[in-house]
Design a binder for this molecule. Sequence first.
Ligand code: FPP
Length: 256
Amino acid sequence: MSTPESPPARVPRHVAIIMDGNGRWATARGQGRNAGHRAGIQSVREVIRAARDLGIEVLTLYAFSLENWNRPRTEVSVLMSLLEEYLEKELDEVIAHDGRVRTIGRLDRLPASTRRAVERAVARTADNHGMQVVFALSYGGRAELVDAARRIARDAELGKLDPESLDEKGFAAYLYAPDLPDPDLLIRTGGEQRVSNFLLWQIAYAELHLSDRMWPDFRRADLEAAIADYQRRERRFGLTSEQVRPGSGTSEPGAR
Ligand code: FPP
């Protein structure tokens, strides 16, 4: 129960996840890497359901990076097939919950059948108002910034944009999904401690939760634990504790 001393716990509006550890999960079991990707699908399903139940508005999943194109051809093709299979099997459930599927990334590099499956899921859910699940596909954070810069330069050339008037808000309008709020919480599974070219602009003030669980072992309880961890953080956005929580009694300088 919440009292004035314990305000209702804030649920992050936007959670982004770097789903890492499929390969190691499989190797540890004496299986090929693709068995790990296959097992990872069950975590995708469960985490999407859990996020919906928790009231998260946007869930962004790093499903395939631009760098992942350099993996062995068979692994890339298994990942593409799994994505297609997932979208075909799960779309009805997403629709039943008024969910919306979106994507960010350089989709023109996807094989035609994957692209069709993705575009179909996006189109069929475009008017829904429930949780948005954003699949980062063929995605790179630096590439997103380069793509934005190209479009900005083009608009400037066409006289549609005055470069001097460009500010952070104006720049962000050129990102892949400018209407989405920035992630409040970035989760990375698999024990590594890096951001791997994910949402470089958008995670400026995201809270980080690093989990040692390999992605195929990451389940509802792990997402709930990550949210609970987030709820214990104080987000200061460069201000002091006293500024964000007047009366908290602390005002140490340099708070980030
Ligand atoms: C990282 O594990 C994971 C990926 C490259 C892709 C994530 C894909 C899935 C969970 C399955 C299909 C996706 C969807 C959205 C249906 P890794 O292979 O880098 O693991 P490692 O670090 O242990 O090698």
